[in-house]
Design a protein around this ligand. Structure first.
Ligand code: SAH
Ligand code: SF4
Length: 350
């Protein structure tokens, strides 16, 4: 097997990249779709498996571009069936992926970056900083790996693992197109959700894309000073600028994004916070998703009591705002964002 300078190889390419690769080799256009089917419909591990490609083309591809697939470092299964994986990528970096089964549905939560630059105070990923962006194929591979492990078709996909999707916009869109394509994983666009900490440029960009992907915004506070403290990476984007971009998104797409709100005792669960949240949502096409915060080592935050979450839910509902409380899944296996990676690296440095 040849060794390649770039270990991510063909997994760094999106659909346009595969098309350019094939054109550059003087091959007909349909070869790009054949390669896509092998890489993302069937999760091929080698070029030799791609039996409908001419042998010469397979050899050329193998000599030019690495074809990596992640290894499972650890795999934990929760009592509720949720499986959480720590995966090793071609360059040795690690990311987390979660598979959540529910009847005949299987949702995959995948990572978009190794680490994250946003530094959210309650997030285990944010605490470690950004290491690198993932390539499109490295994101789709997480979905394929979970499908294989469960022996089930993936029905829903969420970009809610480690990383900020809109800080790696093109690669994430490239991945979602492979996830959506019939040649790839064949998951309907409406069953694909992107979660962002609120990068308004990305919100504007996604509203102009042809696919009807679903959007989730991590709000966590509608009080500027609280949000600045909890989410320092988006300090430069004011709540009013964020609100404007959501109004534009609704006007352009007619779709309802969800606002994620993880309740932290005495930080963002006070009456002042609730009043600010209600006024932020009034007149906006949104759905509020209340989440009991997952405790993270060293962050010093405590989850709000269930009663307080109920107060928020009732108040939002009576103000005419669509709301639900997310039931916690996989809590016994550190399934909160970034926690597994943190545990493993903590224990390996001790
Ligand atoms: N960077 C993106 C997507 C990844 S984070 C974003 O921030 O939206 C996925 C979700 O997990 C976000 O809503 C994030 O705010 C939330 N999250 C992170 N740490 C959490 C914790 N300790 N408890 C509950 N939710 C958390
Ligand atoms: Fe990054 Fe999202 Fe974690 Fe914030 S919550 S640090 S944006 S992964």
């Amino acid at each position: 097997m040849p060794t390649h300078a770039d270990p991510v190889g063909i997994k760094a390419l999106d659909r346009a990249g595969l098309a350019a690769l094939v054109a550059g080799l003087g091959e007909p256009k349909y070869r790009a779709l054949q390669i896509e089917r092998w890489l993302y419909g069937r999760a091929a591990r080698t070029y030799e498996e791609m039996t409908d490609l001419p042998a010469g083309l397979r050899d050329t591809l193998a000599s030019r571009l690495a074809l990596p697939f992640p290894d499972i470092i650890t795999r934990q299964e929760s009592a509720d069936g949720t499986r959480k994986y720590l995966l090793r990528l071609a360059d040795g970096a690690s990311v987390e992926t979660v598979g959540l089964p529910s009847g005949d549905r299987l949702t995959v939560c995948f990572s978009t970056q190794v680490g994250c630059a946003m530094g959210c105070a309650f997030c285990a990923t944010g605490i470690g900083g950004l290491i690198r962006d993932l390539g499109p194929g490295e994101m789709v591979d997480q979905v394929s790996l979970v499908a294989e492990d469960f022996g089930m078709r993936v029905t829903n996909v969420v970009a809610m693992g480690q990383g900020e999707p809109f800080a790696n916009y093109s690669a994430v869109l490239g991945a979602l197109r492979f996830v959506n394509a019939a040649e790839g994983r064949g998951v309907g666009a409406r069953h694909v959700t992107i979660s962002t900490c609120g990068l308004t440029a990305g919100i504007r960009r996604i509203s102009a894309e042809p696919e009807q992907f679903t959007l989730a915004i991590s709000l966590h506070s509608a009080v500027q000073s609280t949000r600045d403290r909890l989410m320092p990476g988006v300090r430069a984007i004011s709540l009013s600028a964020l609100r404007d971009s959501l109004a534009e998104y609704a006007a352009a797409t007619g779709r309802r994004p969800s606002l994620e709100f993880a309740l932290i005792a005495d930080v963002n669960d006070t009456d002042t916070e609730l009043a600010a949240l209600v006024s932020f949502c009034r007149g906006l096409l949104v759905h509020v998703n209340l989440i009991p915060m997952n405790p993270v080592d060293d962050a010093g935050f405590v989850r709000s009591p269930a009663k307080r979450i109920e107060v928020f839910e009732r108040a939002l509902r009576s103000a005419g705002i669509e709301v639900s409380t997310r039931t916690e899944r996989g809590g016994d296996i550190d399934a909160a964002c970034g926690q597994l990676r943190q545990r493993v690296s903590d224990s390996s440095t001790q």
